[in-house]
Design a protein around this ligand. Structure first.
Ligand SMILES: Cc1cc2nc3c(=O)[nH]c(=O)nc-3n(C[C@H](O)[C@H](O)[C@H](O)COP(=O)(O)OP(=O)(O)OC[C@H]3O[C@@H](n4cnc5c(N)ncnc54)[C@H](O)[C@@H]3O)c2cc1C
Length: 401
């Protein structure tokens, strides 16, 4: 594997990093203490400058105003932007829009691309992805109760979803609903585009998560679909292909998330080292002189490096051999990187003592909000079981000495 980064990418990463340091990180204290929606005017101004600098929507197609970076290049970008909770949003690379853009690009009709994809990449509208249900285990995706029943030229959708991230203020949702109840489990559901101003699309609340209600893009919605009627032309991809498309959406999404988490690790690690060097715990002695802190620093450095190389390797495999061939690596990086991030942020908080618990640094925000990384996009346990089964199959019937 070649670890060399092209000169073009080096320049891109440098520019992004500089912008993040000078223009985005200074906004964080306000973000940590105020609502996301309250900050939108400032954020939109930053987005305008990013567009002018031609650094907008790095992983999305050039024809729609993006930079057309490949999965490895965008992984490196995601690492830089991940250092701030606002990074991806300011550069037009945020979830869940990023995943929705990918599937609209792959499966959207010309009309869907014009109505939804184009303004979404341009950052003029936002979207959400509505799959997980209140009453059924999300870790088993085939358990879906939401229905989409054909009536004339329409689908009529009924169901109760939650954790539809960023639903508040979104222009449309991509909804997973059972359209073909008689089909086999993986062919029963379809993806349907539902504009959020459709009667019967009811945002019940933004779910308080770890003490935060959230607003706008930074929120997680509970939604009741009550006789929500949309034209059948809003079907995204073939009928019954919901799970196949969801899988396509998740592969690259996991690389993006994992590299974002490496960015969080890098930020927490830098804060930890700096605090250790500057916090005097006895006359003339800083925390950095203590072996236990030195051991944490060495262990974190090794684990971050291991996770980073694993993710880049998975991205490389996906880029060169395809998503299917990289399935095992993707499951491994998903739970491993989330675990490393959790440990690194936790240790950084420990080194900061009381300061780490406060919102005077970004660490407590990371600790609260990124705990979810072990739950969304596949819970840890399912990834582990899936990988283990695949590995065990390789040994079946083999004599090992
Ligand atoms: C912050 C956040 C954002 C999210 N964003 C979205 C979104 O935008 N759109 C969307 O549709 N969903 C979203 N989700 C939902 C997420 O995908 C689900 O929470 C996830 O799939 C788990 O489903 P569940 O919550 O129903 O947990 P359950 O399925 O009830 O699982 C609970 C626990 O059981 C254990 N478990 C489950 N299965 C197994 C198994 N096979 N073996 C061993 N243990 C197991 C795990 O420890 C798991 O955490 C989000 C969730 C969070 C927290």
């Amino acid at each position: 594997m070649d670890f060399e980064i092209s000169d073009k990418m080096k320049a891109v990463l440098e520019m992004m990093n500089e912008f993040l340091e000078k223009e985005v990180i200074p906004l964080e204290p306000e973000y940590l203490n105020r609502s996301f929606v309250g900050m939108l005017p400032e954020l939109e101004e930053k987005r305008r400058i990013v567009k002018q600098m031609e650094l907008w929507a790095p992983q999305h197609p050039k024809e729609y105003g993006g930079m057309s970076l490949d999965i490895i290049e965008f992984g490196l970008v995601s690492e830089v932007l991940g250092r701030s909770p606002l990074g991806h949003f300011v550069f037009g690379a945020q979830a869940p829009d990023a995943g929705n853009i990918e599937i609209l690009h792959l499966h959207g009709t010309e009309e869907q691309k014009k109505t939804y994809l184009k303004p979404l990449v341009a950052g003029e509208i936002r979207s959400c992805f509505s799959m997980t249900e209140v009453e059924l285990a999300g870790s088993n995706p085939v358990l879906l109760a939401t229905t989409a029943v054909k009536d004339g030229d329409d689908y009529v959708i009924n169901g109760h979803k939650w954790y539809t991230s960023s639903a508040d203020g979104a222009a449309f949702a991509i909804v997973m609903a059972v359209s073909n109840p008689e089909a086999s489990p993986y062919l029963r559901a379809s993806m349907i585009i539902v504009p959020t101003d459709t009667p019967g699309f009811n945002l019940v609340r933004n779910i308080p998560v770890m003490g935060h209600q959230g607003s706008g893009w930074a929120s997680h919605g509970e939604i009741l679909y009550q006789n929500c009627r949309v034209p059948q032309k809003n079907l995204l991809g073939p009928e019954g292909a919901g799970f196949v498309i969801a899988q396509e959406r998740l592969g690259p999404g996991r690389i993006h998330h994992c590299m974002r988490w490496i960015g969080i690790c890098n930020r927490a690690f830098a804060l930890m080292c700096s605090r250790a060097l500057n916090r005097e715990i006895a006359p003339g002695k800083t925390l950095a002189t203590r072996q236990i802190i030195q051991a944490w620093i060495a262990e974190c450095a090794a684990e971050i490096q291991a996770a980073r190389l694993m993710v880049l390797h998975a991205a490389w495999k996906m880029h060169h051999l395809g998503q299917k061939e990289a399935r095992e690596e993707i499951s491994l990086i998903k739970f491993y990187t989330a675990g490393v991030m959790q440990k690194v942020v936790d240790r950084a908080i420990q080194v900061h003592g009381g300061l780490g618990m406060s919102d005077d640094t970004v660490l407590a925000f990371f600790f609260r909000h990124e705990r979810a990384s072990r739950i969304y996009d596949g819970v840890d346990e399912v990834h582990k079981v899936t990988v283990a089964r695949r590995i065990l199959r390789e040994y079946e019937g083999k004599k090992v000495r």
